[in-house]
Design a protein around this ligand. Sequence first.
Ligand SMILES: NC(=O)c1ccc[n+]([C@@H]2O[C@H](COP(=O)([O-])OP(=O)(O)OC[C@H]3O[C@@H](n4cnc5c(N)ncnc54)[C@H](OP(=O)(O)O)[C@@H]3O)[C@@H](O)[C@H]2O)c1
Length: 258
Amino acid sequence: MTQHPTDHTTRDSRRNVVVTGGGTGIGRATARAFAARGDRVLIVGRSKSTLDETADHPDIHTLPLSLLDPRAPQLIVETARRTLGGIDVLVNNAARSGFREIGELDEQDIREQVGTNLLAPILLTRSALPELEAARGVVVNIGSAGALGVRAMPGSSVYAATKAGLDSLTRTWAMELGPRGIRVVGLAPGLIDTGVGVRAGMPQETYDAFLAGMRPKVPAGRIGTPEEIAWWITTLASPEAGYANGAIIAVDGGLSVT
Ligand SMILES: NC(=O)c1ccc[n+]([C@@H]2O[C@H](COP(=O)([O-])OP(=O)(O)OC[C@H]3O[C@@H](n4cnc5c(N)ncnc54)[C@H](OP(=O)(O)O)[C@@H]3O)[C@@H](O)[C@H]2O)c1
């Protein structure tokens, strides 16, 4: 009998989910949304305290680790296998922003942005392939609506290039991995109030002024919430969304169509 993607009766419908950057912002909301749905979640990030705060549910497990550590891909996959039992969903969410023009970025900052936002998802996805293939799993790459298509992002050029690169990986991996039963989708958030600017070094007033200045430009007339993005991530990863592959969905209140 053919199993319909919405038929959960013949297998454990709880999924094993890895969320990078799961200690704050969109990653935190995503981890909690998967756990609330009954899934088992492993969150990865450098700060143990924010991971621990996020893990307020028995099915959220933590792995304090930098994705820039060369051992990270192997450690994450091994921990997911041991703690969760495998990987059905990999959310490549962790990123480092950089609100500076190219001439003001130092080399370390550039290397960390490319390493975290682009190289880390490549190496982690590659290492997770056996688990994802066994699970007929899903990769969700978190891009940015600001960097979609041919858009320019002055003041964030390296960040934008990493996100455009991630979108390219989403499309190509969908073709490469589709025949192996793995789906790859992208989610491109618009302006979401996560405090990311402050964590990237902006004074709170500057970040608040930035969001206030952008608000009137968003057709929806407001800034989004991490929970709104988390809903889309869990939905795109669900079996019911099984025909979405290689698609990159902008969830940005309409900003990218202006
Ligand atoms: N907020 C927005 O308006 C917006 C807009 C477009 C796209 N996005 C994208 O949405 C995603 C989440 O952003 P957010 O706003 O929720 O920002 P955030 O709260 O700053 O989340 C980024 C996460 O990445 C983790 N991280 C950074 N470097 C890491 C490393 N080397 N190793 C492991 N983890 C690392 C951080 O944790 P540690 O510091 O503890 O490591 C943090 O939890 C990102 O991909 C971002 O580019 C956000």
